[in-house]
Design a protein around this ligand. Sequence first.
Ligand SMILES: [Zn+2]
Length: 491
Amino acid sequence: MLNAHPEWACLTSKGEQVDAGRGIHMCLNTPYADYFLKRMLELVDFGADGFYFDEEHMPPAGCWCPACKDGFAKLTGLEPPPNEDHTSPLWHKFVDYNNRVVEQAFLKWRAGLHAKRPDVVMLISSNSYPAMIERHLTQRLWRATDSVKTEFHVAARKGKYQFLDRNPQLFRPEPDVRIGFAFDLSRDAADGRPPHIWTHGVPDEKSLLFATGGLLTHGAIANLDMNEKTIPNPSFKSSFDLGRKVSPFLAGTRPASWALIHYSELARDVYATDEAAWWAREMLPVLGAYEALLHARRPAGVLTDSQFEEGRFGGAKVLFLPAPEHLTEPMRKQADAFRARGGLVVENRPEWRWAEPQGAAPAREAFLKFLDAAPPCPVHATGGHPRLHLGAFENPERTRMSVLLANPFTWIFTGAAEKGEEETKARLDQAPAPGKGVIVTLAGRRPLKVTEILSGNELEIQSAAGGAWKVEAPEFEFLSFLSVEFEAAKP
Ligand SMILES: [Zn+2]
């Protein structure tokens, strides 16, 4: 199509075609988007069940083709910027326009595909979005996708955090915090649908099991990539068996988040031209509160701007506002309604110095103290590894809660397959000791039965302080999966 219609190619600010590394970028602001839909519909006729849109959909720096330049001028009344310039508000506005082009194309494709077959699924790659280091793509796209595609280590890759090297005055969250948040953001920005996490180059069975356990704990689909040259590869069998065993307990469930953290792209955009300020004022309070909840083993999730405005709080009882000064009027109203229903709204405070290396830990502690005033958390855990991750998911009838406990898992290698074996030998000794003495406390509703799904053992339920109940998870290597059954709620 590039040969037939060179005018459909994306252009750089210098007017050259944009090489995406795998070919020339075609602009979704041209009739190419309609041509592409036509070809997808042909594939649906042949029986395609879904589409996996990998990598960049438009050049992240923007497209200077005539359609984009004209479209930008028409929408904003502004001349397009002369080039990519992260210090220029005009260029950021151009990025916003580019994001809008991507969203419009996917909305059109979704409508077109669903008109033909409503159950065709669309997995859309989020590029760097979960790493939160650039303004390419927005939360609006994820609400239109069936599943956000990202990669296991995308939020902890060195190249993604060069600006932290440039800004050593900023606190640097640990990789497991960044990775856990990236999985949860990808899940919750798509209204709780499981993200599709591509996990590639993992060479050994043990690492694959840790990867799978960690991904399931965050409600993600473990897309374990099997290198074609190694098929059939017996290392994958135990992970696939694990998936088969636990999937029935996760299918159709929703995240049971007790606390929601508002990730405000509106607030972030106020600091768009100053990356250090955007991290200090918005990202590090978000990640700091997330780290506090993660390590207190309380189920937490993410709330985007549009979800906030629509009041999509699920069953959450705590709402953290990292940038309360940048709320819109509908958000203010929703926060008031959340309070009126008995929820706890915690606004960020200037004395919580999330962004400072010495200030982050005291800020987490002070933040957690505030949560003592919240309605009880339905599930939390104590004991085991300090970096244990907990996930909780409920079925729509609320008769079953799946509680997942993952031993630390972000130490595994992902990347180029040829590097995998050597890297893994160096990393396997970072695998944690088996999880022992983990106590799961359930509050609010009396559990009828708790089963550990991997072993098939029913666990003894004991009374705990404050009218709560507790169970002890049996020792586990990478994952413990508790299925908690409750009585059906009375109508
Ligand atoms: Zn264009």
